[in-house]
Every structure is written in C-alpha cells, then in structure tokens.
Design a protein around this ligand. Structure first.
Ligand code: IMP
Length: 443
C-alpha cells in the first residue's frame, strides 16, 4: 500500500487535474484537503473537457471514492452545480461516490459580499482573489464563527449559528451602508441544502482510517499551488488555506506518516493569476506568445494568466517545503520552437546573490533574476510514447531542471489527454502502480 500526495509547486494551474485523473486508477480513494471552488482543475477525456472546482479529479473513474476534507470551505450551491454538470456529462457524483467531511466549513452568503468589500478597500493593493468567498470563510473559521457541514444535521443548531454569525457581521454591514442580513431567508436556504447534503456527510478521518486498514491506496489531492500557501506562499498575495503538503494531514485528519510520497507538479514555465510578485514574468511579446500557445486563461474566472520563464529558485523552494520526491513536468510543448529557453537559476537583491526564495513579497518584487539560457527544441513532443521519443535538447532541459531543483522528473505531460504522457524510467517506482495507470490510459 502506498499513499501519494499530488500538489502544485507554483502559483496554481500546473495541470493537477490531468495528473490526478491519470494516476487515479492506481488508487482507491482520492481525497482533497484544502481550498474551495476557487480551484479549476481541467481534465480532458476523449476530446471532452471537464472542469472541476470542488470535487476531486478522481471522479471520472467510477470505482474511486472521492473525499472532500475538513480543510475545504464548501459552497453548497457550487457543489450541487458541479454535481449537476457532471451528471449532464454522464458522470455519477452521488453520495456513493463522494464523501464530504462533517468538519468542512460552509461558505455563507455574506462571504462573497464581504470579500468584494475588502478587495475594493485594498484598491491598487488588491489580492486579485476569485471573489468566491473563500478567504472570508476561512477568516470565520479562524474567528470561531464558522458554520460546518456537520451543523446541518440539527436545524436548531444551524439557526442559532446563523444568528450568531449574522450578529457579528451586522456592524460591518451597517458601516458599509448595506442592509442587515436576512437571517430567516439564509436559514431557509441552508435548511434546504441540509436535506440534499445529508447523504454525503461522513466522518472522514474515520473513513480514511478504515480504508487504510483494508490496504487501500489513497491519493491526497492539493489545490492552488505551494506559492499560494497561506504560510509558505508569497504572503499576503496568497489563498487562505494550507496548499502545501502539510495541509493534507490537518485538512483530512490523517497522520503525517500516512503520506508515503509527494509528487509535485510544475509547468515547464511559470504562470500566475491575481496580484503579487513574479520575478520571471515576461511583460513582452514572448509572454503573450506563451499565454496564447498555452491557452493561459483561468478555468474558474476566465482571467488571463501572467506568464514567465521557469523559475528554479521558486520550484527548489517548493520542493523543500513540501518534501517533494518526484516531479511531473507539464506543458513543455508550449516552449517548442523557441530558439533559446532561459531558466532562472538565482536571484540578486541589492547586489547580493540570495540563498533562497525570500519570504517577504517586497524583497521578491525587487529581486533581479539570473538566467541560464538553454538551447530550445524545435520538435513537438506530441506522440512521444517513451523517453527515447523526446527531443535531445528537451531531454537536456529536463536534466538541467532536475539538477537545479535537486529532484527527479518522473512524468512529462505532452498533451491534455491521459495517453499523452511519458513516464521516465523507474522514477515513480514504489510510489504508484504504473501498470494500472498505463492500462487505464491506453483504454
Ligand atoms: P482566493 O483563493 O480566491 O482567495 O484568491 C487568492 C489568490 O489565489 C488570487 O491570486 C487567486 O487568483 C489565486 N488563486 C486561487 N485559486 C487559484 C487556482 O486554482 N489557480 C490559480 N490561482 C488561484
């Protein structure tokens, strides 16, 4: 039995949806541990595009149980919209397929409202959030005002909690000139969700322990990316949850020793949505070319993503704070055809070379990236079925990246479909049953 954690190592959008979907056949359970419907995980199957926001990317494999952990903040409306959209595409997402932790916090109607106010108040310093209410829901969790999925089981408890939270919000609404919250209407809405959500609610830590005792394999799924982590990301330009590997233990209620390996996903270049420092950002035609070729538009908000060269300082840092064992490298084809491909190998600040990735965003904003320029590869990677099919210059690019981030690349994604994947020899040994993955991808 081996449980694998899969997470993004940059600022999100690394292609986690494809990799989790690809590896799912080797796992019995796919368990997501943080975030909410701010995420956008895109999976392509047989030319069909499926975008998941809240539901784990294992849902397309009928035998897999998908778990939504206590570390998430859940909008019941967004959840059932996704369940409905999946149903319309022939994918069953009923309670027999999805377990929602009773400890997950609910996104309430006041969360997106207060988030818009706070983003407006920040003006030019806005975070550029997805405005889905994610941050304010985590704020209420930390303020001990949150309403959890388990509270839906008793409508009297629910009514009381809504009244308590609304009373705490009232002064803010008054100052902002907004009408007071309609407690009765909110209660009626959530009492309706209580009935629908009831069958999905489970004691997730207990469920996962039972599954592990049966020898089942669990894939822990992260959302966003390590550099958006509340503690280890580019604070304050981050999301409000623990997207790094440590978040899986608290976000699901498993011990850290339940995680047997960590697979970090990184693009062959870098992107970021929203505000915040981005040392290798390309504000020129090259950046726009990468965006166009890589179709770099947000799966959740449709916003254009900022693009730049691969940043080995940032990814090395992500390897460290997540204990990454192996890397999955995605979207290298976007770089095919560039005569030269620069890679950021270090930062200079006030004339000095920094040792690592600085935690202060105001330092990161002012660093000068140092580049090593590597030869590009004119050939497309499409159709490569094994390491021997990869262009020589690209193989060298991978080797240099591995040296710089001190971690081996195990998977190269050559396209959006499951079969468009190259596994580098032996690199995933002991972590994933590749025979099962390969058979399912070829089917
Ligand atoms: P929030 O998560 O909506 O609070 O947004 C905080 C920051 O995280 C903003 O810069 C968002 O653009 C970014 N963000 C949130 N979710 C994702 C994601 O799934 N991919 C990429 N960026 C994200």
């Amino acid at each position: 039995m081996a449980n694998l954690l899969v997470l993004g190592m940059q600022w999100g959008d690394e292609g986690k949806g494809k990799i989790v979907d690809l590896l799912t056949p080797a796992f019995d359970v796919v368990a997501r541990y943080q975030g909410g419907h701010n995420a956008g995980h895109t999976v392509w199957v047989g030319g069909r595009k499926i975008v998941l926001h809240l539901i784990p990317s294992g849902i397309l494999h009928p035998g897999t149980l998908c778990v939504i952990g206590n570390g998430l903040v859940v909008s019941p409306a967004a959840f059932f919209k996704e369940v409905g959209d999946l149903g319309a595409q022939g994918v069953s997402a009923g309670p027999e397929r999805i377990a929602l932790s009773r400890g997950a916090h609910l996104i309430m109607p006041w969360h997106p409202m207060t988030e818009r106010l706070s983003e407006d108040r920040r003006g030019a310093k806005r975070i550029g959030t997805t405005c889905r209410g994610i941050g304010p829901a985590y704020e209420d969790k930390a303020a001990r005002l949150g309403i959890r999925a388990g509270d839906l089981a008793d409508l009297e408890v629910l009514r009381e909690k809504i009244a308590e939270a609304a009373a705490a919000k009232d002064p803010v609404f008054r100052v902002c000139g907004l009408p007071p919250l309609d407690i009765e209407a909110i209660f009626r809405e959530y009492a309706g969700w209580a009935e629908k959500l009831g069958p999905y609610l489970r004691d997730v830590p207990l469920l996962l322990e039972e599954r592990m005792k049966l020898g089942q394999n669990i894939l822990f799924e992260g959302a966003q990316g390590a550099l958006l982590d509340l503690d280890h990301g580019t604070y304050p330009y981050v999301t409000s949850s623990s997207s790094t590997a440590g978040g899986a233990a608290t976000g699901l209620g498993v011990g850290p020793r339940a995680i047997h390996g960590v697979l970090g996903i990184t693009k062959a270049y870098t992107t970021r949505v929203g505000s915040g420092p981005f040392p290798t950002e390309l504000l020129d035609e090259t950046g726009r070319t990468i965006a166009k070729r890589g179709d770099e538009y947000g799966a959740t908000t449709g916003r254009a993503r900022r693009c730049g060269w691969f940043d080995a300082v940032a990814v090395r840092y992500a390897c460290r704070v997540n204990g990454v064992d192996r890397i999955a490298l995605t979207k290298p084809d976007v770089l095919a055809g560039f005569a030269e491909v620069p890679v950021c190998v270090g930062y200079r600040y006030k004339g000095e070379r920094l040792k690592g990735f600085p935690p202060e965003p105001w330092v990161l904003e002012r660093v000068e990236p140092e580049y090593r320029v590597l030869p590009g590869w004119p050939e497309s990677l499409h159709g490569a079925s094994g390491p021997e099919g990869l262009p020589k210059a690209f193989a060298e690019y991978v080797r240099v990246l591995e040296d710089l981030v001190e971690t081996r690349v195990a998977i190269v994604s050559t396209g959006v479909e499951r079969a468009e994947t190259v596994f580098l020899d032996g690199a995933l040994a002991g972590l994933v049953d590749l025979a099962r993955v390969r058979a399912a991808a070829a089917a």
